[in-house]
Design a protein around this ligand. Structure first.
Ligand SMILES: Nc1nc(=O)c2c([nH]1)NC[C@@H]1CN(c3ccc(C(=O)N[C@@H](CCC(=O)O)C(=O)O)cc3)CN21
Ligand SMILES: CC(C)C(=O)C(=O)O
Ligand SMILES: [Mg+2]
Length: 278
């Protein structure tokens, strides 16, 4: 059966770590589906799929195009789709409408939105519509202009207190899990102990209930920037360069395509055709 909100709850209760990665397309999601517990169609697609400098330009239509592609591929992993910037901030009504679109049109199993205490009325209303909500606190990239950059959060006593408040508030509002991004290890550990819902960390150390990374980052396919928290498990970008250059060489020296990758015709037929032409 497909993983769902109760799978995640049980895993936390059993002390089992939860693994998540992002994916944005059918082919990648199909490969990933049986490897991790959950797949996030993140608005980070703005950076890694569309080449924007941040996530602010990502639209509902983008999330539906990429989200539905991933949903079509997943039979095992729970599929969570990010709500893009300005699709939930305006009002509770707007938030519920757009969360509903991600369920109906992207066939998400849950939605994710950024924000703590100030987003709790949205989290409550979406949850009341039976749409599971994953919250996202700490360094929330849609607030890059308010933060003045992608900076680690929660290092001061006020910042740490605010993050604990945010975590407790999103749990109370009904979130089934919470992503904590770019925050000190011990703070995330403390929050994880205080919450009954699973915490999923990115740049949050090893004390959270689960982890998430952007798949292009962990495969070495994205080089615009490499945050400190990214571990590159492969350097597929280098392997792709090798393959692309080999192809270019073989096209130019005529060794591709060979007979095994070409279609044949009876010699008599081609001879006859050539005769007719003369
Ligand atoms: N490819 C990709 N990976 C991500 O993890 C990611 C995205 N895109 N797009 C949306 C956000 C943006 N994220 C980012 C972007 C930059 C840093 C970064 O440069 N951090 C620095 C400075 C930290 C500090 O000094 O406070 C670092 O060294 O990690 C971190 C997270 C995380 N998300
Ligand atoms: C990195 C994760 C948490 C995310 O929000 C994204 O990929 O958009
Ligand atoms: Mg995101």
């Amino acid at each position: 059966m497909k993983n769902n909100v109760s799978t995640f709850a049980k895993m936390k209760a059993n002390g089992e770590k939860i693994s998540m990665l992002t994916a944005y397309d059918y082919s990648t999601a199909k490969i990933m589906d049986n490897c991790v517990n959950g797949i996030l169609v993140g608005d980070s697609l703005g950076n890694v799929m569309l080449g924007y400098e941040d996530t602010l330009s990502v639209t509902m239509e983008d999330m539906i195009t990429f989200g539905s592609a991933v949903s079509r591929a997943c039979k095992n992993a729970m599929v969570v789709v990010d709500m893009p910037f300005m699709s939930y901030e305006v009002s509770v009504e707007q938030a519920v409408m757009n969360a509903g679109r991600l369920m109906k049109e992207a066939r998400a199993n849950a939605v994710k939105l950024e924000g703590g205490v100030e987003m709790c009325d949205r989290i409550k209303a979406i949850t009341n519509a039976d749409i599971p909500v994953m919250a996202h606190i700490g360094m929330t990239p849609q607030s890059v202009n308010a933060f003045g950059g992608f900076k680690v959060q929660g290092k001061s006593i006020d910042g740490a207190r605010k993050m604990v408040e945010d975590a407790l508030a999103v749990e109370k509002a009904g979130a089934f899990a919470v992503v904590i991004e770019c925050a000190p290890t011990e703070l995330c550990e403390y929050i994880t102990e205080k919450l009954t819902i699973p915490t999923i960390g990115i740049g949050a150390g090893n004390g959270t209930d689960g982890q998430i990374l952007v798949y292009q980052d962990m495969l070495g396919l994205f080089s615009d920037y490499v945050p400190k928290f990214v571990k590159r498990y492969e350097l597929l970008g280098d392997k792709m360069v090798d393959a692309f250059k080999q192809y270019d060489k073989e096209v130019k020296n005529g060794s591709f395509p060979d007979k095994d990758h070409s279609f044949a015709i009876d010699k008599e037929i081609i001879d006859e055709l050539r005769k007719e032409e003369k």
